[in-house]
Unconditional design. Structure first.
Length: 65
């Protein structure tokens, strides 16, 4: 014998089980250095600062190419 359900699972019970599987948007905060939106507790992708310190040296992109 297999693991077969004895009764049908209702739409309400199925939906309650699946309600925690939804995706959530990442938390965005303003960068203290450049003012752009960045993910909380992550290095800013535009300026390389994290907690008022520069931890990544950003290279300027050339517009000649």
């Amino acid at each position: 014998m297999g693991a077969a359900p004895k009764t049908k699972v209702s739409r309400h019970r199925r939906g309650n089980r699946r309600q925690n599987q939804r995706l959530t948007a990442p938390t965005l905060v303003l960068c203290n250095n450049c003012g752009l939106l960045m993910r909380a507790h992550h290095v800013c992708k535009s300026c390389g600062f994290y907690r008022q310190r520069q931890v990544v040296v950003m290279v300027a992109k050339n517009a000649e190419a």
